[in-house]
Design a protein around this ligand. Sequence first.
Ligand SMILES: Cc1cc2nc3c(=O)[nH]c(=O)nc-3n(C[C@H](O)[C@H](O)[C@H](O)COP(=O)(O)OP(=O)(O)OC[C@H]3O[C@@H](n4cnc5c(N)ncnc54)[C@H](O)[C@@H]3O)c2cc1C
Length: 301
Amino acid sequence: MNLWQEYLRPTNLSQALKAFAEASAPILPIAGGTDLLLDLEQGRHSPVHTLLDVTSIAEMTALEARGDELFVGAAVPVNRIVLDPLAGAHARALTEACNLIAGPQVRNVATLGGNVAHALPAADGTIALLALNAQAEIAGVNAQAAVPGGDLPAIRRIPFKELFLGPGKSLLKHGEELLVGFYLPLSKNGQASCFKRIMRPQGVALPIINLAIWLERKNNVISQICIAVGPGGPTPWRASETEKALIGKPLNDESFNAALEALLAQVGFRSSARRASADYRRHIVTGLFRDVLETAWKRAS
Ligand SMILES: Cc1cc2nc3c(=O)[nH]c(=O)nc-3n(C[C@H](O)[C@H](O)[C@H](O)COP(=O)(O)OP(=O)(O)OC[C@H]3O[C@@H](n4cnc5c(N)ncnc54)[C@H](O)[C@@H]3O)c2cc1C
């Protein structure tokens, strides 16, 4: 049986949004297909009539500096991010996360937007973007209709965290909205980031636990910090109390122990059938947290 009936490949956003309005439903975006095709084949996804391939949409394949931000298009394959010098300079946690996703063949086609749109609380690219204080850009067909003249896509930006409503659930409207890309602040002096994870064999799928930190180091104290841990809750999770415990402090055993206590008090690890128990995750997070924090701290010096 065919997994789909119609396959469209628009080259710009206006065409894509028009296809949402006009093509036979149900219609779904497809990027690398590394999640979606398996889900369709194995019956985990409801049947689809039209697949809308987003990988040739010019607005979604850019990776460039725009003013004081870095823009990473949602349809950029993760391997391109790994190899990109701008991403390496300004979003090290993201390049480290992308370099750990699956194996080389998957990384050549899997996109950052697909990683995020799947809305899993421990997706590697997602956890890095959360720590890097990203904003998500969304284009929508309803909003487009509201634009006088109607043929310009209407685009909005939201804080990255607001995208996620629950495990596998995002606020993107199915068949109406697309993730266009992500904006990240360009790095300044004294700012650095790091991503690491603990995993069963590399290349299998999601990690047992992953952790990303972005921080700013000024006068030898942590002046700003964002910490993301996956899967720390039902949606991609920020360790806000841990961040508070570290702000204004130098990194030493005392500040680390207070931060770790805050993390363990707030985090909501769960047991997952194939990966690890909640207890095991609580046990191993200590070493991972110390490693990522110390690496980001050293990089920021
Ligand atoms: C062998 C294997 C190993 C893997 N290992 C990892 C891993 O280590 N870490 C990890 O995080 N993930 C892993 N994955 C999961 C997957 O490869 C990644 O999440 C990948 O980034 C998904 O991107 P994609 O382009 O293939 O998405 P697709 O499969 O094309 O799409 C995924 C979902 O996102 C939607 N979508 C795609 N693009 C957009 C868009 N621009 N706007 C709106 N919706 C969109 C689709 O409709 C679909 O629902 C693995 C997968 C495989 C098969």
